[in-house]
Design a protein around this ligand. Structure first.
Ligand SMILES: C[S@@+](CC[C@H](N)C(=O)[O-])C[C@H]1O[C@@H](n2cnc3c(N)ncnc32)[C@H](O)[C@@H]1O
Length: 333
């Protein structure tokens, strides 16, 4: 403060005096508390201005790293999809990396995944509780729903240590390798998904059926009624595809298209059966002799049957046993 005249000097001295008086009182209070002499803390001394606060060492020259904190990332990453214009590539890299777990972007992604999962589980349940005609009508009207189901299923499969279709591919590989122009082996893949089987053996005649064609290998339609000729198929495959409530119509169709002596392979989720033997035995009435029931792979059951009888003529006359399987429910993850 610049002191211009005597009056001002007097005022200034009195002001300083007052300040000192306040400080003295404060120290007195600090020292006389509870009648004990207390060591005055450094903080208190700094507070009353009797000690200077030590200058904190100057922060080191900062690199780009400490600039990035969680809040900043949240603020900067909410809307941008690429690197902001004024951001250096290395900083952008770091932001993306730190971004990893808990930014709004990944939260949104997680929510999207959850919704996708819920939609898949819903469609899957509908599949098991409707007839194939109903499912076909529904997916014709809502192709995006089929895509959602199919993608959801593919996502599930990636989490399985053993993929049933791979097991079947391995099992029939030796037969399919023998297929040639003179003696072609014909396969029908009922409920083929993305026709992995046909893609694995491009030289073999493999008919791939599914409700919706996700690629050019697939023939769209209800596998209960295919366009295949009677007795034209050597191997019929049902890999996790006995889904509709009318599953006996699929077995009847397999019986119609298979040659006598032809092979029917079924892979299913074990928990769908009340009694696996009863199910396998009841297929005898559908013209199939049980060859093998394999439960060595966890979660799944693999069954082989041989067509011994053509039931197309007798099916209407004979009462066929009802075939029932429980729905396969995928757990929420
Ligand atoms: C669980 S996925 C299995 C796909 C493939 N078999 C695999 O193992 O990767 C079952 C498939 O059977 C199909 N499917 C179920 N019922 C069908 C029907 N009546 N006609 C044609 N395809 C059907 C579904 O659309 C689905 O793609």
């Amino acid at each position: 403060m610049k002191v211009k005249n005597k009056k001002n000097v007097a005022k200034a001295i009195s002001a300083i005096g007052k300040t000192h008086k306040i400080k003295r009182n404060k120290i007195k209070r600090l020292t006389e508390k509870k009648g004990k002499k207390k060591k005055i803390s450094k903080k208190a001394l700094i507070e009353v201005g009797l000690k200077n606060e030590k200058q904190k060492p100057k922060a080191k020259v900062q690199t780009t790293q400490p600039i990035i904190n969680d809040n900043l990332i949240k603020l900067t990453n909410i809307s941008y999809k690429g690197a902001p214009e004024n951001t250096t590539p290395s900083l952008y890299k770091q932001q993306k990396k730190v971004d990893g777990d808990k930014t709004p972007t990944s939260f949104i992604q997680r929510m999207k995944d959850k919704l996708k999962g819920a939609r898949f589980r819903y469609l899957n349940e509908q599949f098991y509780s409707s007839s194939s005609q109903e499912a076909l009508l529904y997916f014709k009207k809502e192709p995006s729903a089929f895509k959602a189901y199919h993608n959801g299923y593919m996502q599930q499969v990636t989490q399985w240590p053993v993929k049933p279709l791979d097991v079947i591919i391995r099992q029939i590989k030796p037969i399919l390798k023998k297929s040639n122009v003179n003696l072609p082996v014909v396969v029908a893949d009922f409920g083929c998904g993305d026709a992995k089987l046909a893609r694995a053996f491009p030289k073999v005649k493999i008919h791939s059926f599914d409700l919706v064609a996700v690629n050019q290998y697939v023939t769209a339609g209800d596998m209960a009624h295919t366009s295949l000729a009677n007795g034209s198929v050597d191997i019929a495959v049902f890999c996790l595809s006995l889904m509709g409530t009318n599953l006996q119509s699929f077995i009847k169709e397999a019986n119609r298209v298979l040659k006598t002596g032809g092979l029917m392979k079924i892979a299913e989720v074990e928990s769908r059966f009340d009694n696996i033997s009863t199910f396998a035995d009841s297929l005898a009435k559908y013209g199939f002799e049980k060859i093998k029931v394999d439960q060595t792979i966890e979660m799944f059951v693999f069954m082989d049957f041989k067509k011994t009888q053509d039931i197309s003529k007798t099916a209407l006359k004979k009462k066929l046993p009802i075939l029932e399987l429980k729905p396969c429910i995928y757990k929420k993850r």
